[in-house]
Design a protein around this ligand. Structure first.
Ligand SMILES: Cc1cc2nc3c(=O)[nH]c(=O)nc-3n(C[C@H](O)[C@H](O)[C@H](O)COP(=O)(O)O)c2cc1C
Length: 363
């Protein structure tokens, strides 16, 4: 198969760079239209070429509640990643922090996929501010085709919500590899041993955050909007939501918090309402997840307490949760905007469904 600039053919699907350019010009009829797990198969079978192939990797990225808040405008030598404004979590994501982090995850996957097509992606974040909805422009410089170090991990990266081996610590070399993923001066990673005081605080505050989300109507409604979006059209009634919420609280306590050997926080220097920082942090999360998967680890975001910090600080007030995070000196000037756990699990996590390319590529 030729992927570096000409034609790629797999699973009966044939696209060329010219086709990708044509798609950029408005002909989107030929795009794969099957969602669910089909986009994972499409990527795995090496289908598509050029900008289309890059977009097919981007849509496999993480996003809050699997809302997939992205659209893509494809050209022969660039991609625009566009915010799909309506796919947000409302009151649960007051600063649109998670929304833009999801866009950052897609941008990162696109950058990982690009070298296989002979593209080096030059990324401009929010080229016109956030006003016109363009989260990023990826301009492609031609380069010899190569595999990005995280290329193979795109297909295997899934959020793992099962039990982790609590007593198996993560090797220092891997923790160092995670730290090396933080390449922007305003975004950093804080790794926390679950057995330390900071780890116990992280766990307690996650549970407190979970209860607050279920108790406060605007937070709960935002969560339910996210569940509805990821259930894609399925009607979930009030009784079903009560069951889902109850088991979420139980799972958070008995599995998510109780079995994690390590937690992590992504911190940003600046305002927690800054979309550029959100996108950078999303890119970092995606890189950490890809790096971890490649090294045999399981990872899961844990943002229950972070969402409550947004809620508590939206009007400029202080956050009681943030004050108890036990972050000591590292707190000064830095905001925690994303939490997660990482460890070894006994098996892989399942893939979650995706919107098809035909639904997210626009002219
Ligand atoms: C900004 C952001 C916040 C997230 N927060 C959580 C969370 O608090 N708990 C959780 O289980 N998953 C969380 N996720 C993971 C998403 O639910 C997941 O990426 C999505 O369902 C797609 O599944 P996948 O990651 O397995 O492809 C988050 C993802 C992103 C990008």
């Amino acid at each position: 198969m030729v992927v570096a600039g000409g034609v790629a053919m797999a699973a009966g699907v044939r696209f060329s760079r010219d086709a990708a350019a044509e798609i950029g010009a408005g002909s989107i009829a030929a795009l794969p239209s099957e969602g669910g797990v089909a986009p994972w198969d499409y990527w795995q079978s090496n289908a598509g070429a050029g900008a289309l192939r890059v977009a097919s990797g981007a849509i496999l990225a993480a996003s809050p509640y699997n809302t997939q808040p992205w659209l893509f405008r494809l050209g022969s030598n660039e991609i625009q990643v566009i915010a799909d404004e309506k796919r947000n979590l409302g009151g649960l994501d007051l600063f649109r922090r998670e929304f833009y982090m999801g866009l950052g995850c897609a941008i990162e996957n696109a950058c990982v996929a690009a070298p296989s097509q002979g593209f080096n992606a030059k990324v401009s974040l929010l080229p016109d501010g956030a006003a016109d909805g363009v989260a990023a422009t990826l301009a492609f410089e031609l380069t010899p085709a190569s595999a990005h170090p995280h290329q193979d991990a795109i297909a295997r990266r899934h959020t793992h919500r099962g039990p982790y081996q609590r007593d198996r610590q993560i090797e220092t070399s891997i923790l160092n590899a995670f730290n090396r993923q933080a390449t922007s001066p305003d975004v950093k990673l804080l790794l926390i041993n679950a057995r330390d005081d900071a780890g116990k605080a992280f766990s307690d505050l996650t549970l407190e955050g979970t209860r607050r989300i279920l108790d406060v109507e605007s937070l709960r409604e935002g969560r339910h909007a996210g569940i509805r979006a990821s259930a894609s059209g399925t009607n979930i009634d009030e009784a079903a939501f009560q069951k889902i919420d109850k088991s979420w609280l139980e799972l958070t306590q008995a599995v998510t918090c109780a079995t994690a050997p390590s937690f992590g926080l992504i911190m940003v220097r600046g305002s927690r309402a800054d979309h550029r920082l959100h996108i950078e942090a999303g890119r970092l999360w995606q890189r950490i997840h890809l790096e971890g998967v490649q090294r045999g680890l399981a990872l899961q975001p844990m943002n229950h307490s972070i969402e409550v910090i947004d809620f508590e600080t939206q009007g400029g007030g202080n956050s009681s949760i943030a004050a108890r995070m036990n972050l000591g000196g590292v707190w000064n000037g830095w905001e925690p905007i994303f939490g997660f756990r990482v460890g070894y699990a006994d098996g892989p996590a399942p893939a979650s469904g995706r919107r098809p390319l035909s639904a997210v590529v626009i002219s």
